[in-house]
Design a protein around this ligand. Sequence first.
Ligand code: JFZ
Length: 404
Amino acid sequence: MQDTKQQWFKEAKFGLFIHWGLYALLAGEYNGKKTDRIAEWIMNDLDIPAEEYEKLAAQFNPVEFDADGIVRKAKEWGMKYIVFTSKHHEGFAMWDSKCSDYNVVKATPYGRDIVRQFREACDRHGMKLGFYYSQAQDWHDPDGYMHRKDNSGKNYRAYLERKCFPQLRELLTEYGEVALIWFDTPMGTTREESQEMVDLVKRLQPNCIVSGRIGNGLGEYMTTGDNFIPRLPYEGDWEVPATLNDTWGFNKDDHNWKDAEEIIHLLVKINSRGGNYLLNIGPEASGHVPEESIKILDEVGKYVNENEEAIFGTKRVGIYAYELDWGMLTRKDHKLYVHVFKPRRRVELLNIGNRITGAYLVADKRPLEFETGATCEGCSSIEVEVPEEYFDRKNYSICLEMEE
Ligand code: JFZ
């Protein structure tokens, strides 16, 4: 394949999603009532009227927010891009928007532009930055779509022209190079309206990628559901947005964290099938990132850094039906990477068509002994010797070099 503007996305493999807005103040609970769903949906799910909900802005003062610290962490974890919720369904802009005062600079005691702080931090650390923008659902604007509510009588066109298009224009002209716009569920948006959004993006920043959830078949890559991994080989570019617990926005009562090992295995599984993993953190209202998520990602980051060669720039393994119960494969050019998830003394693969010319441990490049053989006419096997100090270890990778 030729290099395209999307080449970085094909190679990225691992990114950080950040869900942060006024909903972090409620943290899953409003007037003594708890939501049993994702916390950023609390306004919709607990039927909080816009006039009530918007009062939250007066309490938003995230003195612990540290864009630089978050971007540095993402870098440390081996992530290649960040997607930040510039405006979620609640309708609140996390930047100094000129076309709606319902924004972090005008409506909060904090008064500082969050998007700009992320922009500057990403520039300092050479990190790609994309913006999540809820194009159709805007629960604050009287003409924005609501979910499972009566939307008749709304002038969606007026909302598009008053808020959606102008805000997209701001994000794409005042905040540097935007890696992608992560549009979300189109709801009633027509194909023509979605096309207008795409045209606007492309006119302002031709290299900015449009996410699958623009809908109407106009996305430039496929976005799956939370932690959903496609079962069949998918040729195009795709991404799995995913939570570490069961919510995107911060919920003080959600402690259902996946462990680092599970995340590592999911990352490798997604990569082996050709996708990117966009993992979410949901900062608290203070700006503080929940310790649990930092702890998990610190551990995931160790694997990613030690095995980066077997992760970044890898392509879908054609034979991903090749299911191992102790590991998974990724591939890059003439290298096949075996990610070992369970302790063993020898790593055996059967019927890899290509001739293997070398093997090494990815973490320190040390060459490994291997033996090839035939178990039957037309069959082949390769057995790699695991170094003794790795006999009891799991979660490391081995590279098999294949004949060109
Ligand atoms: C959407 C949002 O509603 C949610 O709050 C969060 O931002 C998430 C990343 O995106 O939720 C969706 C939308 C579509 C699917 C799944 C979750 N889907 O198509 O499977």
